[in-house]
Design a protein around this ligand. Structure first.
Ligand code: NAD
Length: 297
């Protein structure tokens, strides 16, 4: 059976994204190393092939949503990988968050074999993936962006063309490094206010209308009880995990080393999330870094 799309990686993000393509009326063959994820996809209306090679060979478009650079490199560049199995003319879209260097390496190998490839990492988390409201940050040629956009629009709301291959990953890394730093800084400010007897809600309201204003204060307050909708008010469950932030800060640090750029606050933030993760908080939302900064009782 020919499928319009082969979707590889049906995890927290990939499963709801692939199901949104199915709900939009597209024929999607889903694949994952974990059989239960494929079963959930088929139960939701998707289809699957006997193996990944067959799915890729039958598709017009391949979308990957894998954990990290090494998984993406092996999925595309491996002996029986996507580049070896795809038909000429297949459009390749990698939505995973990986290093810009790795994205450029895979895209160059794809180009050498005549394929058009874009990197299209996402922002918006699992809630955005389920609701089809993700932001896609695309790196690739104008033609690649134009070809990928109609499909990305079935899974997201804002689709940006950042520049050439790797640019999507560069923007994602810069954004998440800033977010990680902002979360630590905002947590410190709230802790300092509280140590002086301030009500954190009053303090946050004033800072969010003053020059310290930022996204964390506005929609994602790290102090429990300040904002009903924030993970902090739900035992730091859901949201964006400490270990995912740690991974993205690691990508920022790795990229800074390869480009000779200094990111002292990014490195400090990575170390803080690392210590927090090693204390057992890896699965909690990243705003739980606020609890690491608690005053000694
Ligand atoms: P996940 O670990 O839940 O899913 C990844 C899936 O890929 C897993 O189901 C795994 O079995 C599968 N996989 C790994 N190697 C494979 C292979 N060779 N063939 C087939 N399947 C394979 O991860 P996730 O939370 O869905 O995140 C995916 C990507 O999106 C990551 O790069 C992550 O950084 C990024 N991201 C995640 C979030 C989030 O909130 N979870 C938000 C934005 C971006």
């Amino acid at each position: 059976m020919n499928s319009e799309i082969a979707f590889i990686g049906l995890g927290h993000m990939g499963l709801p994204m692939a199901l949104n393509l199915v709900h939009a009326g597209l024929t999607v063959s889903g694949h994952d190393l974990v059989a239960t994820s494929v079963e959930k996809f088929v139960a939701g209306g998707g289809s699957t092939h006997a193996d990944l090679a067959a799915a890729v060979g039958a598709a017009k478009i391949v979308i990957t949503m894998l954990p990290a650079s090494r998984h993406v490199e092996s999925a595309y560049l491996g002996a029986n990988g996507i580049l070896a199995q795809a038909k000429p003319g297949t459009l390749l879209i990698d939505c995973s968050t990986i290093s810009p260097d790795s994205a450029r390496k895979v895209a160059a190998a794809a180009r050498d074999k005549g394929f058009t490839m874009v990197d299209a990492p996402v922002s918006g988390g699992t809630a955005g993936a389920a609701a089809g409201t993700l932001t896609f940050i695309v790196g690739g040629s104008d033609a690649g962006f134009a070809a990928a956009k109609p499909y990305l629009e079935k899974m997201g709301k804002a689709i940006f063309h950042a520049g050439d291959n790797g640019s999507g990953q560069t923007v994602k890394v810069c954004n998440n490094m800033l977010l990680g730093i902002m979360m630590v800084g905002t947590s410190e400010a709230i802790r300092l206010g509280m140590a002086n007897g301030m009500n954190p809600k009053v303090l946050s309201e004033i800072m969010s209308k003053s020059s310290g204003r930022n996204w964390v204060l506005e929609v994602y307050n790290p102090c429990p009880g300040v904002m009903d909708t924030a993970p902090a008010s739900h035992d730091y469950s859901g949201g964006f995990g400490v270990d995912l932030m740690l991974k993205d800060l690691g990508l920022a640090e790795e990229n800074a080393l390869s480009t000779g750029c200094s990111v002292p606050l990014g490195s400090l933030a990575r170390n803080l999330y690392d210590i927090h993760s090693k204390s057992g908080a890896g699965g909690l939302d990243f705003s739980s870094i606020f609890s690491m900064l608690a005053k000694a009782e």
